[in-house]
Write a protein that binds this ligand. Structure first.
Ligand SMILES: [Zn+2]
Length: 324
């Protein structure tokens, strides 16, 4: 078990100003899901009610002490702005892509911080003042496409994920949360640090405070003449990995179209309410889930629910077979 560390008042204040852009948050379950073994994040609420809890100084202290693990939302819906951009990569060669991005960000005088994760890393970019999520996303997606770094979802199962995951969110919506740095990951039962400083809370926070923060003027200069923040959702080649592999052993294939509600056609996709979003009362507009018409094994929730979450929500969890 990881040891508890002492958390100062100043550390909590610095954490707030670096990472917290709104008071809604998520918490990682202490117990793994019985089917998938994963520690899912949920939005905590007051005992015996559905009033959501707000991220207090005390919750941040407990997170830094390692007693709870919180997830942070990027966008504040009252401004559509974010304080940071985080690039999540956890596939084979993820670190290579993150280092490529880090190098090219540095060429723009951006100083990103590389955080370790279970299977790859997260690259964090801090902003001098909260900036429009849409503009931040245009910058990162454009950079990734120039460098040939894959973005997850555009028909690709593997690729970076950019937080914020939306250009804007509605009032009462949350977008996607990412694990709050410097806490303990429940699945791994350990803390993941930033590479750039000693592995103590004090040194880590001092390092993050020292990094140059990106200004609005800079982001607007980086994205001048560019306007697209979303990659097309379509497989780029036959070698792209399917979201639902064909089964060779005679078992019936999982067909998502048999499990979701009414779909509408939008371009190359069927669009419908994401079952996983619906389970938590989200996606009321019923358009988060895109299913490729040509090959419905490819599907994607624009709010970022993954295949496992969608399958659990449908009551058809993906079973992990044990080759004993
Ligand atoms: Zn979803």
């Amino acid at each position: 078990m990881a040891t508890t560390i002492r958390v100062t008042r100043q550390a909590i204040e610095d954490y707030q100003s670096l990472f917290v852009n709104r008071r809604a948050y998520t918490m990682q379950s202490m117990r793994p899901h019985p089917e998938t073994g994963r520690h899912y994040y949920f939005r905590p609420s007051k005992k015996g009610s559905d009033t959501p809890l707000m991220l207090t100084d005390d919750a941040i202290r407990q997170h830094l002490e390692g007693k709870i693990t919180v997830g942070l939302y990027a966008i504040n819906p009252s401004t559509q702005r974010c304080k940071w951009v985080a690039i999540d990569a956890d596939y084979k060669n993820a670190m290579e892509d993150l280092l490529k991005l880090q190098y090219h960000l540095t060429q723009d005088q951006v100083e990103p911080a590389l955080e370790m994760s279970r299977r790859g890393g997260h690259l964090w970019i801090f902003l001098a003042t909260p900036l429009l999520a849409k503009e931040c996303r245009i910058y990162i997606h454009d950079l990734a496409s120039r460098l040939g770094v894959p973005v997850k979802g555009a028909g690709l199962a593997d690729g970076i994920e950019v937080f914020p995951k939306h250009d804007a969110i509605g009032a009462g919506e949350f977008g996607n949360a990412i694990s709050g740095p410097l806490g303990i990951h429940r699945g791994a039962n350990r803390r993941f640090w930033f590479y750039g400083a000693n592995y103590t809370l004090e040194d880590q926070i001092a390092y993050l405070n020292r990094l140059r923060k990106v200004t609005e003027e800079e982001v607007r200069r980086f994205i001048a003449g560019k306007e697209k923040s979303e990659p097309d959702f379509a497989p780029r080649s036959k070698t792209d990995i399917s979201r639902e592999p064909r089964k060779a052993n005679g078992q019936p294939e999982f067909r998502i179209l048999e499990h979701v509600g009414t779909v509408r056609k939008v371009g190359r996709n069927y669009v419908t309410r994401c079952p996983s979003c619906a389970g938590s009362g989200h996606d009321r507009s019923g358009d988060n889930l895109a299913i490729l018409i040509k090959d419905p094994r490819f599907y994607k929730c624009w709010a970022g629910c993954d295949k496992e979450m969608i399958r659990v929500a449908l009551g058809c969890p993906i079973r992990i077979r044990n080759h004993a």
